[in-house]
Structure formats: structure tokens, C-alpha cells
Ligand binder design. Structure first.
Ligand code: GAR
Length: 194
């Protein structure tokens, strides 16, 4: 069985899209894969309830309980490794990861970022795209490497920036596309390993 461990910090809509799409398109079964666990650094992350309702193991690890980034990442890796992951998926996991953590899962660590990388890495991507006068915005699925938001790009989706857009309206438009490209990138990654 190929175990997928998904890391979230918030609503978990990308995680839910991966779970739902894998069920609907039946590729988890076909590829011998399953979402084995959802791990959050926030106890109140909305996505945890969805995971529990779908019979997926959940784990919460509060980063504030650890003295350093390294200590948190070590504890996080120990939790993840309990689920013997083939693939680790960052889905709105709002923590910068240490090089040691990234190295441990090299080649099997994916992230989705709400911009057309390499433009607008980091935070507040939608506000920055609007302020820059971008006509198009989007999202990027990429492999995670030590440098933030820089790893090899696996997929992207483009949406228009419309007159009167706010960061929130643009984020909502981008998010609908994230829900299409992230499940697809996960499926393709699994197929590439088959
Ligand atoms: C998504 O828009 C994702 O691209 C972004 O957080 C949101 C999480 O939504 N990720 C980042 O900003 C990573 N730097 P979700 O919890 O509903 O999936």
C-alpha cells in the first residue's frame, strides 16, 4: 500500500479535494494508494473534522510546544514516519521546513502554492499580484526543495485577475483551480512510481 500523509494548517480544502477525487475517480484503489493520515500543527484546523469523518487517522502537533524549528520538524517527521509514507503532501501547511526535514522526504514531498511560481513566492500572493497589476494569477504544484517555493514545477493553473478583485475574491477563484491540479498532480506522481 502506498501511504499518503497530508499536512495541513487550516481549512484543508485541498486535502479534501485529494481525498474526494481519489474516491470519485477511483485511482487510489487502482494505484494501491490511500491517504493514511492528516497531520496538523493547529488543533483547530477545520480540515481535521473532514479527515475524521472519512476514517482517516489525524494527528495534531503544536509547533509552539517545541523550543526550535529543528525540534518541531524532528517530532513532525517521527509522527509522519509512523504512517510509513510513500508521499508527503503539504496542503496549506503554513510552516517553513528545515533542510533536514526536506532532505528526509526528498523527491516525495509536494506543495501547492497560490501563485504562478516563480512569481510571488512567500505570503500574501493574491494581494501582491493585484498590486503588481497582473492580468493573470494562479497556483503551482511543485516538489519541495530546501529553498522556499522554488522546487521543480509539476503543474500550474491560470485564472484571470478581474477588475474590482480583492485578495479574497482572487483567492477563491484560484482555490477552485487548486482543487483540480493538486489531486491530478498527486495521481500523476503516484503513477510515475508505479
Ligand atoms: C491554499 O490556497 C494553498 O495554496 C495555500 O494555503 C491555502 C490552503 O487552503 N498555501 C500556501 O500559502 C503555502 N505557502 P486549504 O487549507 O483550504 O487547502
Amino acid at each position: 500500500m502506498k501511504n499518503i500523509v497530508i499536512l495541513i494548517s487550516g481549512g484543508g480544502s485541498n486535502m479534501a479535494a485529494i481525498v474526494r477525487t481519489a474516491e470519485r475517480e477511483d485511482w487510489a484503489r487502482r494505484l494501491g494508494a490511500r491517504v493514511a493520515a492528516v497531520v496538523s500543527n493547529k488543533a483547530d484546523a477545520g480540515g481535521l473534522a473532514f479527515a475524521r469523518e472519512h476514517g482517516i487517522a489525524t494527528e495534531v502537533l503544536d509547533h509552539k510546544a517545541y523550543p526550535s524549528r529543528e525540534a518541531f520538524d524532528e517530532a513532525l517527521a517521527a509522527v509522519i514516519d509512523r504512517h510509513a509514507p510513500t508521499l508527503v503532501v503539504l496542503a496549506g501547511f503554513m510552516r517553513i521546513l528545515t533542510p533536514g526535514f526536506v532532505q528526509r522526504y526528498a523527491g516525495r514531498l509536494l506543495n501547492i502554492h497560490p501563485s504562478l511560481l516563480p512569481a510571488f513566492n512567500g505570503l500574501h500572493t493574491h494581494q501582491r499580484a493585484i498590486e503588481a497589476g497582473c492580468r493573470y494569477a494562479g497556483a503551482t504544484v511543485h516538489q519541495v526543495t530546501a529553498e522556499l517555493d522554488v522546487g521543480p514545477i509539476l503543474d500550474q493553473a491560470v485564472v484571470p485577475v478581474l477588475p474590482g478583485d480583492t485578495a479574497d475574491t482572487l483567492a477563491a477563484r484560484v482555490l477552485t483551480q487548486e482543487h483540480l491540479i493538486y489531486p491530478r498532480a498527486v495521481r500523476r506522481w503516484l503513477e510515475s512510481q508505479a
